[in-house]
Ligand binder design. Sequence first.
Ligand SMILES: NC(=O)C1=CN([C@@H]2O[C@H](COP(=O)(O)OP(=O)(O)OC[C@H]3O[C@@H](n4cnc5c(N)ncnc54)[C@H](O)[C@@H]3O)[C@@H](O)[C@H]2O)C=CC1
Ligand SMILES: O=C(O)[C@H](O)CS(=O)(=O)O
Length: 473
Amino acid sequence: MLKQAMFIHGEWITASDTMEVINPADGSVLGHVPRGGQDEAVRAVDAAAAAFKSWSSLTAGERGSLMRRWHDLIKQHTEELAEIMTLEQGKPLKEAAGEIAYANSFIDWYAEEGKRIYGETIPASAAGKRIFVTKQPVGVAAAITPWNFPASMITRKAAPALAAGCTVVIKPSEETPYTALKLAELAHEAGIPAGVINVVTGSAAEIGEAWQKDSRVRKLSFTGSTAVGKQLMQGAAETLKKISLELGGHAPFIVTNQADLDKAAQGVLLSKFRNGGQTCICANRIYVQAEVAEEFSRKVTALASRLKVGNGMEDGIDIGPLIHDEAARKVRDHIQDALRKGGRLLTGEQPGSNTSTYISPTIIMDATDDMLCMQEETFGPLAPITVYHTEEEVIDRANNSPYGLAAYVFTEHLGEAVRISEALEYGIVGINDPLPSTAQAPFGGFKQSGLGREGGHYGIEEYVEVKYISLGL
Ligand SMILES: NC(=O)C1=CN([C@@H]2O[C@H](COP(=O)(O)OP(=O)(O)OC[C@H]3O[C@@H](n4cnc5c(N)ncnc54)[C@H](O)[C@@H]3O)[C@@H](O)[C@H]2O)C=CC1
Ligand SMILES: O=C(O)[C@H](O)CS(=O)(=O)O
């Protein structure tokens, strides 16, 4: 089930130098994948460059049909893919199966969208000329992806790339390579030609550097931390690649005194504790209007305290382990800092009570803006709640962040919803919706949360070049 090899030009490549893949549920070794480096990175670009001409020469319909077969195989293998994901990433099986469906929805959507990469004609200002605008695939696209969504962060890049006629080289996170390798195996089984999809495992720095320097790589798409994103952007500048960056977030979650408090409390549960809080768009700062603060905090605490934490392979688990000890340590640091600065623990992790990768959903009331959790992304199951008084105040506090990925506002008042959502400096705003992500909509952030969009017709534009043809008659 777990491929212990890289996938380049339709072949499984092993190596004597390998990297351990750890099961976050118990720290056991799941297997070993090749520690690829510069040579393997270049070999993958060789394969993708060699396959580009034939792949881009297919019609969009022919590429779409092959993508449809890939989609159908992924659907048939959902159970196996979900098990692989839970073993290497930790999320509960039901959530992993949900991610497989979400990942597959990008293949489904872009198998069709490739047929709608329209150009245009423009009335020429000069007599005897005709102006045509066409769109062509950029070429070899490199995708570097994170561990928190091991399937969907790959297909959110590979699907539009393939549909547009590009070929791809993929480096999954060293924490979660097996999901990516299984997706590549199924693509091969679907008949997607050798070299169109290549997966390289190994040294992130070496592989990343090789792809940044390689002029044949015309597009770099990255999902991960803002720090690494900035580094890749600098490297991509050397050969002026097109770049898409989906980076960190620090989402404000606003509950006004006009909110349906049951809906808002459920919204916190879905936004904050999905994937154990290890998502870039989960609620990080909860702002509740003073008049409803106590009632709301009681509701959300009652819901959160019922969530079951444990090994994602077991039935009935709502929150699995965090990805590794370092991630768990950061969450505990945020909890202890908040309590030291006057936060009130409503439910969850008592400081010093636990050092494992399992952290109970934790809610802290009376949060203040000087707390670490109110300034930097926690990436774990901690929900700090702070009170606000006026609409102007909450908009200013919500926007006071270097991040601008997702934000949420819960209110039943239409005018309030429109005013606040328009004033929020975020690329994604959920109004009474804690789960906005979907294949047909543009996902991406303002400020230091990234560049470009993934999903929807915006997402395929990232993989084409616009060509203007001027015809003199
Ligand atoms: N905006 C979004 O959609 C998402 C943002 N993130 C952000 O990423 C962070 C958590 O994910 P991580 O995987 O730990 O992020 P990370 O940035 O450490 O790693 C992401 C990917 O980049 C690779 N990488 C790391 N250093 C590299 C280098 N020097 N050159 C080339 N590749 C390199 C890693 O191997 C991995 O494949 C959080 O900050 C989270 O907010 C994560 C997922 C989605
Ligand atoms: O990496 C992430 O956190 C994802 O982009 C969030 S989502 O697309 O699964 O909502």
